[in-house]
Design a protein around this ligand. Sequence first.
Ligand SMILES: NC(=O)c1ccc[n+]([C@@H]2O[C@H](COP(=O)([O-])OP(=O)(O)OC[C@H]3O[C@@H](n4cnc5c(N)ncnc54)[C@H](OP(=O)(O)O)[C@@H]3O)[C@@H](O)[C@H]2O)c1
Length: 250
Amino acid sequence: MSSTIVLITGANSGIGFATAKVIACASEVFHVIIASRSLEKAKSAMSEIEAAGIKGHLSTLQLDVTDERSIEQAVALVTQKFGRLDVLVNNAGVGSREPDVKSRFQRCMDTNVIGPVLVSAAFRPLLLKSQKPYSIYVSSVMGSMAKSSDPNSPTYRGMPNGEAYRASKAALNMVALQESIVFSSTALKVFAVCPGFVRSNLRGPSEEARSGWGKAGDPQVSGETILSVIQGERDADVGRFVHADGVYPW
Ligand SMILES: NC(=O)c1ccc[n+]([C@@H]2O[C@H](COP(=O)([O-])OP(=O)(O)OC[C@H]3O[C@@H](n4cnc5c(N)ncnc54)[C@H](OP(=O)(O)O)[C@@H]3O)[C@@H](O)[C@H]2O)c1
């Protein structure tokens, strides 16, 4: 049986880690490439997931989405080892809210927008060699223009210095939409996915921040949403901005 090769960026932590685990536990069909900007962190994530008992296979890859040389080398390694890619999950992201406006915009745009654009462009030839390729962008409802402009929506209220992150996710949504339109004549299925508000390092390293002040859910649920996408269960919503229970307006 031929494997489904899945590459997840930022898979050493939070949602990326949980998604790698959910997918690797789901079936022997999956080979998950744990991509991380630190190979050491990727290896330690791989050991932790393997210890949980998996059905599929895992490997690691150094990939810093803001470093073109790192992206180039990652593509070369995946080409050499697998010759194609079936699923690309652009998950790596930062939630910078630092006080300096230029710094936080640069950081959010570099990692959350330009990074995924470069990663997708570099891996697309490998994705287009797959019979059932999926391109997934881990976005956020905070980037939905429709939700953000609705006073009745919980996402209406802004957080101090939160605009850079939200603008980066709005831009990422456009990246996903454009890719789905431009490549609609190919087999590529593109999705923007909101993973929900879940435990991770995104908001900072303290327990308070990691748990979203006690309100964040389990990132395993985010992993299950992404698994449902790559198993074709959300194909009716291809080219859209999906979440666990439905579709968000852009
Ligand atoms: N958690 C939530 O409630 C939530 C809600 C909506 C959307 N999201 C989105 O979910 C995605 C994953 O975030 P998370 O919540 O799981 O946070 P996280 O625990 O901080 O994970 C982010 C991951 O991205 C990696 N990363 C950051 N910069 C990178 C770079 N330049 N190159 C490669 N990897 C890089 C981090 O690596 P290091 O460990 O080396 O820093 C980490 O592995 C993000 O796109 C985020 O915007 C999260």
